[in-house]
Design a protein. Structure first.
Length: 661
């Protein structure tokens, strides 16, 4: 039987994980396909979607495209460029159950083929092996203290000062600070390039560490990259490897540590739940601290070493996945060749001189002076963001001089817009919220109108959260060229400067806010809190409109954005119990003002809060979770992250520019 002719691509030539994926995929595929150069290939197989996009579309035309998704699909859906890959790829390969489930929630099928590791490189060594003795001696790694390892980068090459938040170096730092707070002595072993942020912060905090590299001001990618054989020695030296990532496909460190019989703890990212025992997974830095404390005293993590190693040998070597690749290629004839037709409506390839010197953008939304709802707040912020980028912004105007329109769902004069569209070709970016009927409990017909407008006009669609995207897909609708972009707030108003210091000796100040009095905004839960709150320990303020009458909660009517931000900065913890809330502006405002959040685990809340707070499912969980927030308040506050208005606006601008090309 003739093997299919396959061009394998997708590395980045930096020696990162995707290059290792490329090497190991080549090994796994060598028995299944004939690997050839691009011109001779029938199939293009990419191990990374971004690495696929370097090829001109005309060179991919007529070929079947198979591509791996190396990270979380929902995170990649926040990257506008990823939509091009969605239009090109005919068959997706996911690397973890989490990734496969996320793709499926978006209506995209995939084949699951796990990550693999070179078990000839990553393996256990004798404790007194010469490689171990030499490395410890050379770098003065101590013998008499608990060693915690971290070998993955924490900054980008374009910015060596800011932490790469998806990798979680700040989470690792909080774990180390938490260990010191509990009097636990630990020493951190760092390796690899682009460790600038964590090295600087450990130095500032006076936390002991060893960095196996040369500390430089510039990019040290070539200087401090270590051979994988040296990394294996390090896994055999340390007591524990810590993964603090917020989002991952792997990370490969899980496979490497497991193969080397090194203990490991990890957040619930990527393939971690597929490989690691439950007791090795943590949700928050305080949880990780408690696990490490038990390991030091009872060696609880040592019980998982063999289980992890066994899973790697059974499922995560090139030989163990060859049959899975074989299954993909047995059905390769069902993959439609790429023709370019999927890209016809919107060209992703830049046309020189296609953009006007100054774009004119029409914002279509029924604007109201605050206080008003969250969608209105965001559209006001977006207008300011566009103006800061030197765009000519028009509100609800219709004429041929407008290059592109940003429509806010159906919250504008739809009839007037439709009438104008009969005689004019319009470039449209459509911002969708909802589904509206889930937020309000009614108005399903408004969702249908939204989807009809989207299908008729959109060159690209902005979805406010992954939750929104998933719920819309559940209705059976696929938005046009979607990208997930969270809302942002005006940082000149909503910021943490001047907020009150946190003090456990006084009453802890809780606050909730809402413009709508719909019970789904949390009114009944806030009433339950009022009835059961320890008023000697806490005080509770509600600002805005609510479905309940309060007896002890301090209820303040809606106020201006400036006054609201001042009130938020006078409180400690934000509570939101709103359900089916796609991307709560009220929550973002509170986070931007420095308040950790206690939130109902629903809607877009988990995406927005991430490590900056704690969820609850039922009312009985509220006070235990609240106590955890108070106990480790500073940790949760330092881990708050919010998208800047500039970053969000630039993503909208990328869609606008694409629409006018």
């Amino acid at each position: 039987m003739t093997k299919p002719k396959v061009f394998l691509t997708g590395g980045d030539q930096h020696g990162w994980a995707v290059d290792e994926d490329l090497k190991l995929a080549r090994e796994a595929l060598s028995q299944v396909v004939e690997l050839v150069d691009l011109p001779e290939s029938e199939i293009v197989h990419a191990v990374w979607w971004y690495g696929l996009l370097i090829w001109p579309l005309k060179k991919l035309s007529g070929k079947r495209i198979i591509c791996h998704i190396p990270g979380e699909p929902l995170r990649y859906m926040t990257v506008p460029e990823h939509r091009k890959a969605l239009s090109i790829v005919g068959s997706w390969i996911t690397r973890s159950k989490q990734a496969q489930e996320q793709f499926k929630s978006l209506g995209i099928e995939s084949d699951l083929i796990p990550y693999v590791v070179d078990v000839n490189t990553f393996k256990p060594l004798e404790r007194d092996a010469s490689e171990i003795r030499e490395l410890k001696s050379r770098w003065h790694i101590p013998d008499d203290v608990y060693l915690i390892g971290s070998f993955q980068r924490d900054t980008e090459g374009s910015d060596l000062k800011s932490p790469k938040l998806v990798k979680g170096p700040d989470v690792l730092l909080e774990i180390l600070l938490g260990l010191r707070k509990r009097g636990i002595k630990a020493h951190t072993v760092l390796a690899g390039p682009r460790r600038n942020w964590i090295v600087k912060r450990l130095t500032e905090e006076g936390l002991p560490f060893t960095y196996l590299g040369e500390q430089t001001e510039g990019d040290d990618l070539q200087t401090n990259s270590l051979p994988r054989s040296v990394l294996n020695v390090l896994y055999n030296i340390i007591d524990l490897y810590v993964v603090g990532s917020r989002s991952e496909g792997g990370p490969h460190a899980i496979l490497e540590a497991a193969a080397a019989r090194c203990k490991i703890v990890s957040t619930h990212v990527g393939m971690a739940p597929d490989i690691l025992e439950h007791e090795c997974l943590y949700r928050t830095p305080p949880d990780a601290v408690r696990i490490i404390e038990r390991d030091i005293s009872e060696n609880v993590l040592g019980r998982s070493i063999e289980a992890h190693a066994s899973r790697v040998q059974e499922r995560h070597t090139p030989g163990s996945v060859t049959h899975l690749f074989q299954s993909v290629y047995e059905k390769v004839d069902s993959i439609k060749p790429f023709t370019g037709a999927a890209l016809a409506k919107t060209s992703f390839e830049k046309t020189p001189g296609a953009r006007p010197s100054k774009l004119t953008v029409g914002l279509w939304h029924s604007f109201f002076k605050p206080p008003y709802g969250g969608g209105n707040q965001f559209m006001l912020a977006l207008r300011k963001g566009f103006e800061a980028l030197d765009l000519d912004v028009r509100e609800n105007e219709l004429h041929d001089g407008i290059d592109a329109y940003v429509l806010n769902s159906i919250h504008f004069d739809v009839d007037r817009f439709l009438e104008f569209s009969k005689k004019h070709r319009l470039n449209v970016v459509h911002r969708i919220d909802g589904p509206i009927h889930l937020i309000r409990g009614y108005d399903r017909e408004k969702d249908e109108l939204t989807y009809n407008l989207n299908a008729q006009f959109a060159s690209g669609t902005v979805l406010q959260s992954a939750w929104t995207y998933q719920k819309i897909v559940e209705t059976g609708y696929q938005p046009v060229k979607p990208v997930i972009i969270h809302n942002a707030v005006d940082s000149s108003i909503f910021h943490a400067d001047g907020r009150i210091p946190f003090d456990r000796k006084r009453k802890i100040r809780l606050i909730a806010t809402s413009w709508s009095n719909n019970p789904r905004k949390g009114g009944p839960v806030y009433k339950w809190i009022e009835k059961n709150l320890d008023w000697d320990r806490y005080e509770f303020t509600f600002v805005g409109n609510v479905s309940e009458q309060f007896d002890r909660v301090k209820h303040i009517p809606p106020v201006s954005s400036e006054d609201l931000s001042d009130l938020l900065r006078q409180h400690d913890i934000y509570i939101t119990a709103s359900r089916n809330d796609p991307c709560s502006n009220a929550l973002i405002e509170a986070l931007a003002c420095g308040l950790p959040a206690l939130y109902v685990n629903d809607g877009g809340h988990p995406e927005l809060v991430a490590c900056g707070g704690l969820p609850f499912e039922h009312e009985e969980e509220i006070f235990p979770q609240l106590e955890k927030l108070v106990e480790d308040y500073e940790t949760f506050q330092r881990l708050i992250t919010v998208s800047t208005l500039e970053d969000v606006t630039r993503k909208y601008l990328a869609l606008v520019e694409e629409a006018v090309r």
